[in-house]
Write a new protein. Structure first.
Length: 169
């Protein structure tokens, strides 16, 4: 039986990033600018969904004699997190604004983002936006144009790769 206190001679190979800015610069070109525009589009969509949810909660409050109005404080966080969880964590791996700008959000190793990770990513983004805005400037110094919340969530934002043509045999 091997001794658990001694280091193993069999080490795991270091996992490489799936997207390399040196060999695939087209995936990272103008990503920061596109993310800013996509954020504005998504903010408008989230605001519209929040207004719809506010109307629903207002009607619910009338029907429950005011008890439903306690939900007003949770409407925006729930709508914003659900929007990000189901769009980034969905089959297209991007929000509506990101799709309009031609962006995709994969995991750093190339896998798909789950809804839980997408919600966590959105939560980290909103914390960084409200608590310490300059941390968003990290992406200007990162070779993969990732913000700190992207790194912590294990995702990156890239230009949507062109569909590859099937090879005829």
């Amino acid at each position: 039986m091997p001794d658990p206190t001694t280091p193993s001679t069999a080490t795991l190979p270091e996992q490489m990033h799936a997207y390399n800015p040196v060999t695939e610069p087209q995936l990272f070109r103008a990503v920061i600018r596109k993310r800013c525009v996509a954020f504005l589009v998504d903010a408008v969509i989230i605001a519209a969904l929040t207004v719809i949810a506010f109307v629903f909660v207002a009607v619910l409050g009338v029907l429950t004699l005011g008890l439903g109005w306690l939900l007003f404080g949770m409407v925006f966080p729930i709508v914003a997190l659900a929007y990000n969880a189901f769009t980034i964590g969905g089959p297209k791996s991007s929000t509506i604004g990101q799709r309009m700008m031609g962006l995709a959000v994969p995991m750093w190793y190339g896998g798909k983002v789950t809804p839980l990770i997408a919600a966590f990513h959105a939560l980290l983004f909103w914390f960084s936006l409200t608590l310490f805005f300059p941390i968003l400037l990290w992406c200007f110094f990162d070779s993969r144009k990732r913000c700190l919340h992207d790194i912590l969530a294990g995702v990156l934002v890239i230009n949507r790769p062109a569909a590859r043509e099937p090879v005829a045999v």
